[in-house]
Design a protein around this ligand. Structure first.
Ligand SMILES: Nc1ncnc2c1ncn2[C@@H]1O[C@H](COP(=O)(O)OP(=O)(O)OP(=O)(O)O)[C@@H](O)[C@H]1O
Length: 251
């Protein structure tokens, strides 16, 4: 069984079957991509990993712990971090403060505003946050205001905010959405570096350049069902995938 395991998950929205008998095993230390056409059920599945949606039936486990009934704010505490399509950062704060906040949240279970008074004295947390900014190549901008960063740098900052929590699993929802090619390629390189640390990743992505650059394994969803799961080389030429995913076009 993988570190993240989905067994026979079903999810309906009224009369619409968004997920139908979905099975998925994500091996520890790998990058697992979930691809599929619009409306295939990718976001619905991801939301079942983070407590935003509860499957109607089936099981979802992370490191042998059930994720059913978990609340979204609890996922970081158990070692899961999520990166959203639009980077979720504190735009009015400096980069270093952005990274210190999740570091405190991880250490203390939450982050209370009155803790700001002690922030300056929290040397250990500050140093750790600084090291994360260095890891993503933003240490020189630590005192800049986050809202002024480019889209690619905002993504880097968001990754630093995730990494400071030392996740075992990183969930990435279209991590390069809206990026220029250069930023996309830089993000791919950064994600490869993160993967080499042994952090397991699940990536939902429409950009096939990103998928084939990163993924060790790919699950293809179509109409709520996993139609193929395989290594990238085998996915590319799979006629079932080409038919279902792109209506017969070549990947
Ligand atoms: N909250 C909801 N209420 C009703 N229907 C929903 C809801 N969320 C998703 N759906 C429907 O469930 C199906 C799967 O949607 P989902 O967003 O998971 O697909 P997706 O693969 O992530 O698509 P995309 O690539 O466009 O983001 C779609 O038909 C969608 O319209």
């Amino acid at each position: 069984m993988g570190i993240l395991s989905v067994k026979d998950v079903n999810k309906n929205f009224g009369g619409l079957r968004a997920l139908s008998h979905v099975n998925l095993d994500v091996e520890e230390g790998t990058v697992h991509a979930i691809i599929g056409p619009n409306g295939a059920g990718k976001s619905t599945l991801l939301n079942c990993f983070v407590g935003r949606l509860e499957p109607d039936s089936g099981s979802v486990t992370f490191a042998d712990r059930s994720l059913l009934g978990i609340r979204p704010y609890q996922i970081n505490q158990i070692g899961i971090a999520r990166v959203f399509q639009t980077p979720e950062i504190f735009a009015d704060l400096t980069l270093i403060d952005n990274v210190m906040i999740p570091a405190f949240a991880k250490r203390d279970g939450d982050f209370k505003v009155n803790m700001w008074r002690s922030v300056a004295n929290e040397r250990g947390v500050h140093d750790k946050a600084m090291a994360m900014l260095e890891d993503v190549g933003l240490d020189m901008k630590a005192d800049q205001i986050a809202g002024q960063l480019s889209r690619g740098d905002k993504r880097r900052l968001e990754l630093a905010m995730c990494l400071v929590q030392e996740p075992k699993l990183l969930l990435l929802d279209e991590p390069t959405a809206g990026m220029a090619r250069a930023d996309t390629n830089n993000t791919i390189d950064l994600l490869k570096q993160i993967s080499r640390r042994g952090i397991t990743m699940v990536v939902i992505e429409h950009d096939m350049h990103v998928v084939f650059s990163l993924a060790d394994k790919i699950s293809v969803l179509a109409q709520g069902t996993v139609i193929v799961e395989d290594v990238p080389e085998k996915i590319k030429g799979n006629p079932k995938v080409q038919e279902a995913y792109l209506g017969g076009a070549h990947l």
